[in-house]
Design a protein around this ligand. Sequence first.
Ligand SMILES: C[S@@+](CC[C@H](N)C(=O)[O-])C[C@H]1O[C@@H](n2cnc3c(N)ncnc32)[C@H](O)[C@@H]1O
Length: 289
Amino acid sequence: MGFRPTLARSSKKSSTQWLARQARDPFVRQRNVPTAAQPKERNRTAADFATYRSRAAFKLLEIEEKYKFLAPHDVRVVVDLGAAPGGWSQVAAKKLGWVERPRVHQARLPAGNWSDTSPYADWDASVESDMRMNRELGRGRGMIVALDLLPMSPIPGVQFLQQDIFAPETDALLQRMIADHSTSGKADVILCDMAANATGNSSRDIEASLDICKAVFAFSECHLRSEASIGREFGGVLLIKHFVHERVNRFRDEVLATKFRKVTFAKPAASRAESKEGYFLCRGWLGTT
Ligand SMILES: C[S@@+](CC[C@H](N)C(=O)[O-])C[C@H]1O[C@@H](n2cnc3c(N)ncnc32)[C@H](O)[C@@H]1O
């Protein structure tokens, strides 16, 4: 059913603003009115809006179109942290040459207490069948390793792990997934669009954003390809969402900027102006010395 602006009149101010914003949002309009006149956001076509699962996909597309860090042919393993519902994974898989078709694959860990006894048995079987299917499909180079707390429906070229980034076993599980697709055991690109639920308390929200940035940086320290580790000219890339704040900028200056050749701030047009989110694109991981 299409969006009805009359609803806004009987609502409170905040919901009125929300409804009006939804009405202007080309991604939402496309989803609500699939057969109506097709909107365009900058150079996006209606097909683009129909293709991706989230408006977040357009943020990654914009940053990627400008900096082309997924395009190089030696980018084969991309980790997508905070991936659900899957827009960024779709973009990354496409950039690696995967084509979305009805036949899909997905590696999922067994639910329940898999970590208590022999967590890897079922999983190994699932990864093996995944890889066989990839070979049969013969499409795309490399793999996207995606993680989220929430479930995510399958995308070709994407292996998904439903898990908390902060859980102690997550690192080892992601490491196994990366190693399955990379001879060096390292990821070429790490993406993080992860966000904790906003509390409305800005210092708590900043704290949560910093916690995520620190956890993802620690993960990158172990799993991102460096110039030395891989004998390539340019080290790996980390794209990380954050809430814009001077404390986070300090983290950029004191941590990110010392470990990457170049750190660039990005605020794509697809990110709402009123949102405090921004992205750090960190290129050229120098490695740990
Ligand atoms: C903005 S959404 C990501 C949208 C995604 N990039 C896309 O294009 O569809 C942020 C995601 O981070 C996930 N998330 C938040 N905290 C997390 C955590 N501790 N571990 C794993 N995922 C988390 C949320 O479940 C949510 O799906």
